[in-house]
Design a protein around this ligand. Structure first.
Ligand SMILES: C[S@@+](CC[C@H](N)C(=O)[O-])C[C@H]1O[C@@H](n2cnc3c(N)ncnc32)[C@H](O)[C@@H]1O
Length: 384
């Protein structure tokens, strides 16, 4: 089968876990640059990547790259791409992109030129005077970096963070793919207990359950590529079948999720039901001050409240202090918390073993990592 290049994008700070996911899916060492990872695969991998990746933002189909320092070079380079292989007569091509460290930096001019070059090629190939643009949408994304133009087709559509289970919005929900990245960065594996004591709309608990049961995150949603005539019709069906075969829904897991707000807990339950993991999570309305977990050697991954208009900075730090006190009473648990508040460790009462930069809705945050005793961690992760 013909080899194609596919590029996966992920948020800053998350690339290392996305790379690990790609390797587990059988791709050779991906090249990573500026949050983009390119792998060689087949047309069927478009569906596999979209269905299986937990931490990525989007999957692109690479259609060409070339050097361009002038608009003429850009036009010619775009026109050389065999767009008729990717488009039908009535395809509606949308063009978007970015440019960095390059002579061509006027984005709207680049956008117009690319669209014009594609239209010219398609009109000639299909013997048309103008494109009707009445059919399927095809999003072409350009990425100009150091005078090299990369052209890609977005195969994902709505970003991969939208799994489909979260239909109502809670207070400051975290993106599903960031929640998954936090879990993959932690020492959680399905044999261990898991807890999110600030569960809000349930994202971290649901993502932990999906991970623990090896349920693919993209099983319940649709993708832009489903309408693409250049991809095999059965690609999604096969990827979904592979995902179903890999599921381990019979596993016994211990996942606890609580929040002080009863409405948030109801919402979390609703989302867990929609993700078909409600029977795997023990929900409770509970103040973190009363957090007591009966099991040992577990992992807390959480997104505590942050001081804003609703909760003062001082109020948030009181909560971090309570979290620290509750954590110290637990029997050999690890704790991983994301927050924008740079005073977290001080309020929590302990310096983290490690921290790393992550972005939550474009806001720079720290991910604080506290490890339970190391001898209990063999570093093994779930097999997906
Ligand atoms: C940033 S939100 C968590 C959002 C969640 N990760 C999601 O995806 O929906 C913080 C949550 O902490 C909860 N909270 C605030 N004070 C609390 C306390 N003392 N004990 C437990 N939960 C608390 C809030 O009700 C809110 O749902």
């Amino acid at each position: 089968m013909k080899e194609v290049n596919l590029t996966v994008s992920a948020a800053s700070g998350v690339e290392a876990v996305t790379k690990r996911e790609l390797k587990r899916l059988g791709f050779a060492e991906p090249k990573a640059e500026r949050g983009l990872m390119t792998v060689a695969g087949t047309v069927y991998d478009v569906a596999r990547l979209n269905v299986f990746l937990r931490t990525a933002d989007r999957v692109y189909f690479d259609v060409g790259s070339f050097q361009a320092r002038t608009f003429d070079e850009l036009f010619d380079g775009v026109k050389n791409v065999p767009w008729e292989e990717f488009c039908k007569k009535d395809t509606f091509v949308l063009v978007n992109g970015k440019s960095l460290k390059s002579r061509l930096f006027a984005l709207s001019a680049c956008q117009k030129i690319i669209k014009k070059a594609i239209a010219e090629r398609l009109c000639k190939k299909f013997n048309l005077r103008a494109l009707p643009e009445s059919g399927e949408k095809l999003a072409v994304v350009f990425d100009i970096f150091c005078d090299t133009v990369h052209l890609r087709i977005d195969t994902t559509g709505t970003g991969l963070h939208k799994r489909g289970y979260r239909d109502l919005v809670g207070v400051a929900p975290i993106r599903e793919n960031l929640a998954a990245a936090m879990i993959l960065l932690s020492d959680y594996r399905y044999e261990k207990p898991f807890c999110d004591p600030f569960c809000g709309s349930g994202t971290l608990a649901v993502e932990a359950a999906l991970f623990a049961l090896s349920v693919a995150p993209g099983l319940q949603r649709n993708f832009a590529f489903e309408n693409f005539s250049f991809l095999p019709e059965n690609a999604l069906l096969l990827a979904r079948q592979e995902a179903k075969d890999k599921e381990e829904r019979g596993r016994t897991v211990e996942i606890f999720a609580s929040d002080i707000d009863g409405e948030a807990v109801s919402l979390a339950r609703r989302h867990a039901r929609r993700a078909r993991v409600a029977d795997k999570i023990r929900f409770e309305v509970k103040d973190v001050r009363d957090l007591a977990l009966p099991l040992k050697n577990g992992t807390i991954v959480t997104n505590p409240p942050y001081g804003d208009r609703v909760l003062t900075e001082r109020g948030a730090r009181e909560i971090y202090k309570a979290l620290g006190a509750a954590y110290r009473k637990l029997d050999n648990w690890s704790l991983f918390a994301i927050t924008e508040d740079t005073a977290f460790e001080k309020a929590f009462g302990k310096k983290a073993d490690k921290n790393r930069k992550l972005y939550n809705s474009d806001k720079e945050c720290k991910f604080y990592e506290y490890f339970g005793k190391r001898e209990n961690h063999n570093g093994r992760k779930n097999s997906d």
